[in-house]
Design a protein around this ligand. Structure first.
Ligand SMILES: O=C(O)c1ccc[n+]([C@@H]2O[C@H](COP(=O)([O-])O)[C@@H](O)[C@H]2O)c1
Ligand SMILES: Cc1cc2nc[nH]c2cc1C
Length: 363
């Protein structure tokens, strides 16, 4: 049980929330890595984006020859959304708690994908609407569910602070525990309505342009979702310039925690593989909280949710995969993990032309 649910420390000041300045990845290491790639036993540039990806890893690690990743971690942030009660999802709200149990039991797609790729999964119950049955993963729980963003604030200011701090603390603990590659993942019925609202607010997109089927809502549900996003957007646009107020008005504790996590991962110079729509919405907020954080992120995939394309465009990120994945829970990111593992090892382990005795025809 978490005694603090619903009563975040009122003494936490705004100052607690500031993120240290984000340093940029090491451009010298990136340039050296690209130069090394041109010396390896293959036509220059022939490994395409794997070369760029390797150079990005080198820049993040601050060394031209990357170390292989040894501890990739997927953190699943689970939370409920009050707006789910408006019938905007194909699934009833209680599904979130059931899915949380499935991930904990190892039976979800993310468990299989992460384990196949060689990553471990941690689940954090940040705001699941359980009826009092908090568990060992509820240490950072901020509240149960959230307000329905079409007509009330999702959270109080104190709850936004608590969630951002939770994300920041989780990132710190993961990096201190040796994580060298991080994935933020979301789980929560109604999450795509919240994420679509945040994306429309932060990118200036029209409501109808951002609304997709989420986890599979039917036509009537899609209409209710469109109405909810339209109403929520009116409230969101009033607080656009203030990311904390935006999270209070139109977010959720899971999104706020992911934003804190993504910002702090960048502060701690740790590369992150971004998943789909809801993580993307959190990333938009994180970039506002910690400008420059986006340099530490790679977009794993393009979700089939229309709002995700707007996230990618806004952050100027080119996704690695386009597999029509629209699951959330970190699935798209886990599917792309092997590409990062390969990119790091290619730079470190492929022989140079000189070592292989294959002279450069141009030399
Ligand atoms: O991240 C995505 O691209 C994504 C796209 C569609 C659905 N989801 C997942 O589905 C849930 C949200 O869908 P919905 O329809 O309940 O809003 C939530 O658990 C997300 O992880 C996630
Ligand atoms: C089954 C199911 C799995 C999910 N994983 C993430 N969101 C989800 C939503 C549903 C409905």
């Amino acid at each position: 049980m978490n005694a603090e649910i619903g009563s975040p420390d009122p003494d936490r000041s705004l100052a607690d929330l500031s993120f240290d300045q984000v340093a940029q990845p090491d451009e010298l290491a990136r340039a050296e890595a690209l130069r090394r790639h041109s010396m390896l036993v293959k036509p220059p540039g022939s490994l395409g984006r794997l070369e760029e990806l390797g150079a990005w890893i080198a820049a993040c690690q601050g060394r031209p020859t990357p170390r292989p990743f040894t501890r990739a971690r997927v953190i699943v942030f689970a939370g409920d959304h009050g707006v789910a009660a408006r019938g905007v999802s194909a699934n009833p709200p209680e599904t979130t708690g059931e899915l949380l149990g499935t991930v904990l039991a190892g039976g979800a797609a993310i468990n299989v994908l992460a384990s196949t790729a060689g990553a471990t999964v941690r689940v954090v119950d940040i705001a699941v609407d359980t009826d009092g049955a908090e568990s060992a993963v509820s240490e950072f729980k901020v509240r149960r569910g959230s307000g329905s963003i079409d007509r009330e604030d999702a959270l109080s200011d104190a709850e936004v602070h608590a969630a951002l701090l939770a994300g920041r603390q989780i990132a710190d603990a993961e990096v201190d525990g040796g994580a060298d590659l991080l994935v933020a993942a979301d789980l929560g019925v109604g999450g795509s309505t919240v994420a679509s609202t945040l994306v429309a607010a932060l990118t200036g997109a029209e409501p109808v342009a951002v609304i997709g089927r989420g986890s599979g809502v039917d036509d009537n549900g899609w209409m209710r979702k469109a109405a909810a996003v339209r109403d929520a957007l009116r409230r969101a646009r009033a607080v656009l310039s203030d990311p904390v107020a935006l999270l209070r008005t139109s977010g959720g504790a899971d999104v706020a925690a992911m934003a804190g996590f993504l910002a702090q991962a960048a502060v701690r110079r740790t590369p992150v593989l971004l998943d789909g729509l809801t993580v993307g919405a959190a990333a938009l907020v994180a970039e506002e909280l910690a400008p420059g954080a986006r340099s530490w992120w790679v977009a794993a995939h393009r979700s089939s949710e229309p709002a995700h394309a707007m996230v990618l465009e806004h952050l100027d990120l080119e996704p690695l995969l386009d597999l029509d994945i629209r699951l959330g829970e970190g699935a798209g990111a886990a599917a792309a993990l092997p590409l990062l593992f390969m990119s790091a090892r290619l730079l470190a382990e492929v022989a140079t032309r000189e070592q292989a005795g294959v002279p450069d025809p141009e030399a």
